[in-house]
Design a protein around this ligand. Sequence first.
Ligand SMILES: *Cc1c(COP(=O)(O)O)cnc(C)c1O
Length: 364
Amino acid sequence: MIPISTVRLGQEVEESVLSVIRSGIIAQGPVVARFEEEFASLTGARHAVAVNNGTTALVAALQTQNLEPGDEVVTSPFTFIATINAALEAGATVRFADVLEADFGLDPQAVDAQITDRTKVLMPVHLYGQSADMAPLAATASLHGVAIIEDAAQAHGATYSGQCVGTFGAAGCFSFYATKNLTTGEGGIITTNDDEIATTLRLLRNQGMRERYNYVLPGHNYRLTDLQAAVVLPQLAEYDQQLACRRRNAEGLSKRLKGLEGVTLPTQLPGRKHVWHQYTILLPDGVDRDSFIASLTQSDVGSGIYYPKPVYDYAAYREHPRVLVGSNPVAESIAKRCVSLPVHQYLEEHDLDIIAEAVRGALR
Ligand SMILES: *Cc1c(COP(=O)(O)O)cnc(C)c1O
């Protein structure tokens, strides 16, 4: 079976973790600090604040915005459930703007239509590793005095006009869950160029404590551990090579899948650097996705559906007083047609042939 994702941590990670174990400092300490420095440098952000997962990264980032009851966050309906859960956890009311089929991110025009006088935060999601259309989104946010908090959980190192995601607004949130491009098992980081926001984030993750027993705001325990940070440092050192592999695999798949009738292949749009967290195709309207996937499985090709429905389309949110749902025809349509294929750095040239052949066979 060619898996949709695979975690392989080698000897360098073993040694890195062992040295933390032997150091006796296993909770948040110098290795987390080094991770923060290296991630700030990777993204070009002034600060990076590590936390225990990507969801708490979003919650803490939203909490720096002093939201009042009734304040609204505009975000994408075509995302992982954490995006909406974090906004609700932070006390916001959530509105959705539709997405673009071209990049699976927020449609700037649709966002315009969802801005009200209660909108406080625009939360673009950089899905599958490609930046959303940040120039018009940032222009809209600035026009309306709305803060931007990016959900960059899937897009470590992706750029738009040469600028890294996570640096376009108040804060950017990244996940280091096991299947993300970079992993600590569970982990998160928040990037920001704002000194004050960085200070607040460091307080929020550590019980609101400035120094011992001086609590200046109600906080959390969102700390990452040195044990976890030790897992990612060797991956950061090799991230460029990983991205080159992912890119080569994406190009190889696109070359092999070109010309399939009605199938939409993912593209890297001009001016953007895609980090190929997922390679997601859209099936033609009439194709039954379950049978398509069953056929891939028969051919030993793993796949994934990210995501089968817009996030608001679950019982938990349908009657939720702080979830406001309009019409999102593009999100509804792509949620029914999307299938992600393996694109990770451990694929061989030969695997690309197998994947492409399996896709062609499944459509026959
Ligand atoms: C993974 C992910 C998150 C949440 O990150 P966790 O580390 O799993 O909490 C949030 N948003 C998106 C788009 C994600 O893919």
